[in-house]
Design a binder for this molecule. Structure first.
Ligand SMILES: [Zn+2]
Length: 72
């Protein structure tokens, strides 16, 4: 799974381009609400696709919160 590619595909444009001239995407962490950018450090970011097809992004440390409240 290429998380950066998914953020670019489903996120909003963050207003710049990355070092390969692709538009930088941004999404919000489903747990803490902080911005996650496709050009940021994604090593601690998790990607989940729900049964309904919704794509969610969250920090590794926020997974527990998201699991409790948003993913059934
Ligand atoms: Zn978070």
């Amino acid at each position: 799974m290429n998380i950066a590619a998914r953020i670019r595909a489903v996120g909003a444009w963050a207003g710049g381009v990355d070092n390969r001239k692709r538009k930088v995407g941004k999404v919000k962490c489903e747990g803490c609400g902080k911005e996650i950018r496709s050009d940021g450090d994604l090593s601690g970011v998790e990607y989940v696709k729900t049964k309904r097809g919704t794509e969610l992004f969250m920090h590794h440390d926020c997974v527990g919160e998201v699991w409790k409240y948003k993913i059934m």
